[in-house]
Design a protein around this ligand. Sequence first.
Ligand code: PLP
Length: 424
Amino acid sequence: MNFICTRNKDEKVSFKDAVINGLSKQGGLYIPDNIPALNDSFFDGIESLKDEDIALHVLSPFVSESLTEKQLKQIISETLNFPTPVVPVTDQIGSLELFHGPTQAFKDIGARFMSRCLAHFHEGKEVVVLVATSGDTGSAVANGFFDVDGVTVKILFPKGKVSPYQEFQMTSLGKNIHAIEVNGTFDDCQALVKQAFNDTDLRNKVNISSANSINIARLLPQMLYYFFAYKQLKSKLKDKKLTVSVPCGNLGNLTAGIIAKRMGLPIHKFIAANNANDTFSNYLSSGIYQAKPSVSTHSNAMDVGAPSNFERLEHIYNHSVSDMQKDITSFTVNDEMTLKEISHCMAANNYLLDPHGAVGMLALKSALKEDEYGVFLETAHPQKFSEIIQKVLPNYKSETVDLKDCNKNSMDNNYAEFLEKITN
Ligand SMILES: *Cc1c(COP(=O)(O)O)cnc(C)c1O
């Protein structure tokens, strides 16, 4: 299989090149040139398959020209060494807990998979991985790439807009992991990274790669937990239809879910749950895409005003908003509603939501029909956001972190300064 660029269908590259390049030369995103359909017998017997076998079956068609089966198996086993359980919250709703990895957010899966792919592909050449983060990507990437030979990671995060726990996870590792705090917003960080990718001079001098969800090696493994969720729920669903609510930021998780559905996974409908950064919700209701500056919310990993994977979704749906609306509805949740839902869910169901999961849960409840079973993605561990949870559950306690021995660089929102940091 080849990967094509969302901005130029004639640019075809292998999985390997798509991973190494991150973003295409035109600034477009890579997307598989076709989405293979899995046959019915795979879904009929899915409950008796091991997660690793499901992963191999789902991912092989996308990567088999660039990785041997043995390499892929190895990468999968290192990626999936933590569980992704669906935990019942109400009779009709389950929480797909994606936070049991090392940095307690779903991004561990993509980051671990990608770092190991890159380690196979760089063949001795030094690679600089650039990543802009609103919080969780940075920690997952830092952890996934820590001490990987030949790779240096530069993480840009917006000053004062990540939680202390997230900052600790990015800045406490050291070695090949360089955290840079930017005097600006997440969008500024993302724009700096994009500018670096469009800088031919720089790309001629330095092998740069991206670890944001724009990298296809981050995106593809995110399909897996939708399959794992279905495997766990299949016997419970009976004749109910499966609806999945996805707390959205850059739309990577949602795009991965849509690709899984296109492969045949029986997900009836997706709900795109947005916080106040509702660019995608607005698009779905109006058909007009209007990026806007991001605003800070309690669910900070979703504070994205110009979601990068939108281009991929548009491509998959051939630019038809009406086709997209058949698969995806959306719902917007503000901070006040988020806090209320955290406290309500604890009181009613004795289940602790993190702010992102709370947005997903509320969006799901707003849309769930009687003939459906609903799952929301619980994308981060509540502990990462204890300061927010304590606003409504004052007795909630979590580990505290000490930032004083951590290492970070600071800079203004300035490309020249960033260049210096990349080349040094
Ligand atoms: C990154 C992140 C999101 C948003 O996911 P996207 O794939 O960027 O849409 C939601 N919740 C948490 C906790 C995250 O870390």
